[in-house]
Design a protein around this ligand. Structure first.
Ligand SMILES: O=C(O)CCC(=O)C(=O)O
Length: 273
């Protein structure tokens, strides 16, 4: 099964971003991808944090412009679509959920995961605090996408290994075959930690990782790290795109996954959780 991670340099213009996403999904489909991931905030990298509030959609509204585009694209190309993130309304009008929706090849919504860990960073030059406009989610979520069990996470979640353990080892759960990490990592923190963390999550969970990122200079002055990548269960980077818009594609090999887990059965050696 082929996977594709879409890299974008999203703008404050939602319509323009939706056009780019549509085009890049089509490009991934043309390369044979059966599962495609968009990056975090694919639909908007606004000028102010509060821009997210004005474009937030009602959960489950397939006629709202962003969700409609996603559902149609999944259906048109007959693929699984991990839709990066989009802002969804909550009862608190001053905040939104940063939600990752998954669409099935028939265009239906198959899963929703709301980002649990909200990013905060201040090194004296850059200042981020997602808690200003986001309400955090509270439910680790995995979805069955065809033959793959896919664990859902978003950006800063990548720094919290217990989230991935919860997806795979909660009562009744099964180990994920693939972990998805749509992101908009900052240039500064991405340069230092992005690849290291993605490969660590792949190795410790013995699964594939797909990480679709924002990558470039945005109109709000923010610079994102990019380096969208697909990593295999041995921690090897199969495909990477350093910067700019585009698509990275790699094949998931079920035999490779089984071989890594059989040769080094670390997942069955857990003692503490
Ligand atoms: O964890 C990081 O370094 C970056 C996280 C981030 O940019 C985000 O969660 O939006």
């Amino acid at each position: 099964m082929k996977l594709a991670a879409v890299q974008m340099v999203s703008t404050p213009d939602v319509a323009r971003n939706l056009d780019s996403a549509r085009r890049l999904i089509a490009e991934a489909a043309a390369q044979g991808a059966a599962l495609v991931s968009l990056p975090e905030y694919f639909c908007l990298m606004g000028r102010a944090d509060t821009d997210k509030l004005s474009i937030a959609e009602e959960p489950g509204d397939l006629h709202a412009p962003i969700q409609q585009m996603l559902s149609q694209a999944a259906q048109e190309h007959g693929l699984w679509l991990i839709a990066g993130t989009l802002p969804l309304r909550t009862p608190d009008v001053a905040r939104v959920r940063n939600a990752c929706l998954v669409f099935a090849p028939d265009g239906s919504q198959a899963a929703r995961y709301d980002k649990i860990h909200l990013f905060r960073f201040n090194n004296g030059r850059e200042d981020y605090d997602e808690g200003r406009v986001l309400e955090r989610g509270d439910t680790p979520t995995a979805v069955q996408a065809g033959p793959l069990r896919v664990g859902l996470s978003v950006c800063y979640d990548l720094r919290f290994p217990e989230l991935y353990r919860a997806m795979s080892f909660a009562p009744g759960a099964a180990p994920c075959d693939l972990i998805s990490v749509p992101a908009a990592f900052t240039y500064t923190t991405g340069q230092a930690h992005w690849e290291l963390l993605l490969r660590a999550r792949a190795v410790e969970n013995q699964c594939y990782v797909i990480a679709a990122a924002q990558g470039g200079k945005h109109e709000n002055g923010r610079r994102t790290w990019g380096h969208s990548m697909i990593v295999d269960p041995w921690g090897e980077v199969l495909a990477v795109l350093p910067e700019g818009e585009g698509v990275v594609v790699a094949e998931i090999d079920a035999a490779r996954l089984a071989a890594v887990r059989a040769q080094l059965p670390a997942l069955t050696h857990r003692v503490l959780g």
